[in-house]
Design a protein around this ligand. Structure first.
Ligand code: DP6
Length: 399
């Protein structure tokens, strides 16, 4: 329930997760509505390790809508932010015109103050916009008491945000309609479906900020014929295979499809003109490491995927996670300045056999990876009941 204070300000705080696609979204058919050229599928990560938190406050006394992100006031007039605010307010109006008065506590003319932060460093290069927009839309919906197709609203903040509206395994249906009403996310399986699945984020030290996804995918749509081929001839079959692999908890198929899809996305980046390079030397070594590890066991035990940056996200199963972390630590010896190399869920420890390191046979690269975040799949957005955790103080300004 929204909390109302003595100063007549209503507060709601919620959290939302990050998601990592195993079938990538890359390319829009409508830039304003954010409608994709193909469907995609992701795994929602656990919020104990990675989450956005957003507080929205609403009051008749506020003069204008305002937003603070990670401690800094930002421009509320950004078109994507405005789309989300407009769409949520439209949903409220629709409910009222349908005769529902339960949302009457808050006037639509009241302005909102929004404050949002992530529990992971932006420097980690993890797409924070998905969790951020999912959190914004979810929090606004709780504040204004509306339900409905919230993923289609989050989508208009950032495409991948629609998939952060659910936990577990989530498909974003590309949809066919011009108004985007059918371009929505849907849960394929909840996080409880595959508890053995584990996720490692290998944070690669990068010198430069890569081309952002929005600009990158637009150039790809304009110039890459491989992108057209992927959308027309690859994704639909791959999606069916991926959903089946998830339903059957078939890691070997899930892992191979994940790696092939990541590779195809980066091939599209190379096919873009001028080309876009997201992978760096360390990323490519991680790819070799994974293939050599799997080859040694004659089985796909570990899979990588890369988004619009050099960090690797590794999917594996509980029984292999400890050994694989040791392998990564062996081939990318960390900086020994006291900072922890492995954050998040503990992985346990095993000793590495010489046979395995010899079979992998790569030259170790010190400090190539800054740190690892160990996590698993988790639930969708949550409401925070503890009012002491609001990010906005009683005056409606950041604490
Ligand atoms: C490579 O959702 O960040 O992570 O819709 O322009 O905001 P916009 O793009 P965004 O793109 C994410 C691209 C990706 C692949 C994916 O998450 O599916």
């Amino acid at each position: 329930m929204p909390e109302k204070t003595a100063r007549d300000i209503t507060f709601v705080t919620c959290t939302a997760p990050v998601n990592i696609a195993v079938i990538k979204y890359w390319g829009k058919r409508d830039n304003d509505l954010i409608l994709p050229v193909n469907s995609s599928l992701s795994v929602t990560l656990h919020q104990d390790q990675l989450k956005s938190t957003t507080t929205v406050a609403c009051s008749a006394h506020f003069k204008e809508d305002r937003i603070w992100l990670n401690g800094k006031e930002e421009n509320i007039n950004q078109p994507r932010l405005q789309s989300c605010l407009k769409e949520i307010r439209r949903l409220v109006r629709k409910r009222r015109s349908d005769g529902d008065t339960s949302t009457d506590v808050l006037s639509l003319s009241h302005k909102v103050h929004i404050c949002s932060e992530n529990n992971f460093p932006t420097a980690a290069g993890l797409a924070s916009s998905a969790a951020g927009y999912a959190c914004l839309v979810y929090t606004l919906s709780r504040l204004l008491g509306v339900e409905g197709e919230l993923s289609a609203i989050a989508r208009q903040g950032s495409g991948s945000a629609c998939r952060s509206m659910y936990g577990g395994f989530v498909q974003w249906h590309m949809g066919m309609q011009a108004d985007g009403k059918d371009s929505v996310a849907e849960q394929v399986e909840p996080e409880s479906h595959w508890p053995e699945l584990r996720i490692l984020i290998l944070v690669v030290s990068a010198e430069r900020k890569p081309v952002g996804s929005t600009a990158g995918m637009q150039t790809s749509v304009e110039t890459s014929s491989l992108l057209k081929h992927r959308a027309q001839a690859v994704v639909s079959t791959r999606m069916d295979e991926m959903i089946l692999a998830i339903r059957q908890r078939d890691f070997s198929t899930f892992g191979e499809l994940t790696m092939r899809d990541s590779n195809q996305f980066h091939a599209i980046c190379l096919d873009t003109y001028p080309p876009i390079f997201y992978l760096n030397d360390v990323s490519r070594r991680i790819i070799s490491l994974v293939h050599r590890y799997n080859h040694h066991y004659r089985e796909t035990r570990v899979a990588y995927t890369f988004d619009a940056g050099p960090n690797a996200v590794i999917y594996t199963l509980q029984q292999h996670v400890s050994e694989f972390v040791q392998v990564v630590t062996h081939f990318f010896p960390p900086e020994t300045n006291g900072g922890e190399f492995l954050k998040g869920l503990p992985v346990g420890s095993v000793s590495l056999s010489d046979e395995l390191t010899r079979a992998i046979g790569l030259e170790p690269l010190p400090k190539g990876i800054s740190y690892i975040i160990s996590t698993k799949s988790g639930p969708g957005p949550q409401t925070v009941e503890d009012t002491s955790l609001h990010l906005l103080g009683p005056d409606g300004l950041p604490k």
